[in-house]
Design a binder for this molecule. Sequence first.
Ligand code: OXD
Ligand code: MN
Length: 595
Amino acid sequence: MGNPNDMTTNVRVINWVEAVTKLCQPDKVVWIDGSEAQLKALRDEAIATGEMTELNQEKLPGCLWHITAQNDVARVEHRTFICTKKQEDAGPTNNWMDPDAMREKLKPLYNGCMKGRTMYVTPYCMGPVGSPFSKVGIETTDSIYVVLNMDIMTRIGQRALDQLGDSNDFVRGMHAKADIDEENRYIVQFPEDNAIWSINSGYGGNVLLGKKCFALRIASYQGWKEGWMAEHMLILGLEDPDGNVQYVTGAFPSACGKTNLAMLIPPDVYKKKGYKVWTVGDDIAWMHIGEDGRLYAINPEAGFFGVAPGTNEKSNYNALASTKKNTIFTNVVLNKDDMTVWWEGLDKNPPENGIDWLGRPWNGKTSTEKGANPNSRFTAPAANCPSISPEWENPQGVPISAIIFGGRRAKTAPLVYQSFDWKHGVFVGSIMASETTAAAAGAVGVVRRDPMAMLPFCGYNMGDYWQHWLDMGEKLGDKAPKIFNVNWFRTDDEGHFIWPGFGDNMRALMWILARCNSEAEGVETPIGTLPRAEDINLEGLDDVTIDTVRELLSVDNALWLEDAAGCEELYAKFGKRLPAELASQLAAQKERLAK
Ligand code: OXD
Ligand code: MN
């Protein structure tokens, strides 16, 4: 298995791996070259030790099942840190500690933590290999599960080192499961040093360091310094019957259906006419200004790390289809009868002879407890997705026509509206919020501000981040994508959703693209430009009347004024780092609303 001297002559890489080895003291160091032979050996080893379970190779070829420790099933925002030299550079929305102090605190935890274990050195490329916009990271880890997930989510091995060459521009990611000790779990980003330290977790978002830690937290900082953007956004292409494809990106907080939107299947009326939706990415977009002055996006990832519960043939056919081969399932139910998997919301046939996410025998016909963890996941190769875009690995990315923000709001936000211009659009993104649902613990209907859906993922002061958005708009000028906001979650007075969502969300996308092409009317309101009810195509949508659409598009000025107080509270946290432009956008919006 890979010998460093065969794989790279990059002295910085070699020296860094040596330093990590000295600290963690593994019995053995294995460099991941990414060859199928090496990956097969790792799968076999994980199966032999029981770390992973091989699933039915006829029904689910190449698929594996894994359960994490009971205390380790989600990202841990309260233990996630941005360590910049100055606290104000991390900003009021991030946990912060001095970088040297943090390193001194964590070194004893890493010290000797891999004794008796193997350390895997995993080079990986975020973005298509060969793209000028891709970036390389190296993750050291004591987990085969991590290596196998990284193989799906990124481009690992020799090709990543080849992309890096002798450059120093690589993210140093030091992961160790250690003892999976909750009390000593830390997910730490050092943006000024291109480094990530993650310890005492084996759960995806905390340990697949290419994803949230690098592609969002570190990359957002890099984008700020280098003049591009790393965003928590899906990327999709909408093809019209003439074969023209226009691309949009969309930022939504968790539990708002981002993966579903990325893989949307058009309603019959559009399908019959020849419209298609193409998936470029479901979670992260890296965006650069292209030579023609437009904004281009690449998906830095190569797979989907999707939430399993609720995913079924109807809710997301394409996501489910993506999981039929070479997929890793984490914390879902194992069906022992046929060695397949199950989760709540998959179908009405839970296994009777199952193993739940806690590793206990579980009978879906009699158990009153959930079999799959609500945050159980599939890690599936993007190439498996039936709707994957032919352009998804285009090294230049795809040109973006519209940026869509969204959240879960019962009453305030209308189905769709357009910002007046880029600056107002940045304001719209900055006041993004979502209401908590009954599905999660805690009070229902509590508004959580989640600017640009980046609250847990912005690797620097969010005030500077907003200014960076404003600066990008200046650079893009009239080539800037148009900015919109959507809300699929309006309810009636009984709390029932009044918009069908899922594939029918395409009806809002159609208005969005028509606006981008100057082909649709709009009505100005205090919060932005809305469609008229008749601008939303209801063909084939028997359950939704034009009156419902009117309700979906209604703007209650009093509610919005109330909401503005929450925005003020958020903005106040930033003091001088709040861009003056945003303060005046809020003041102007309040004035329009009060009129
Ligand atoms: C994710 C998240 O897992 O945003 O993508 O939490
Ligand atoms: Mn996400």
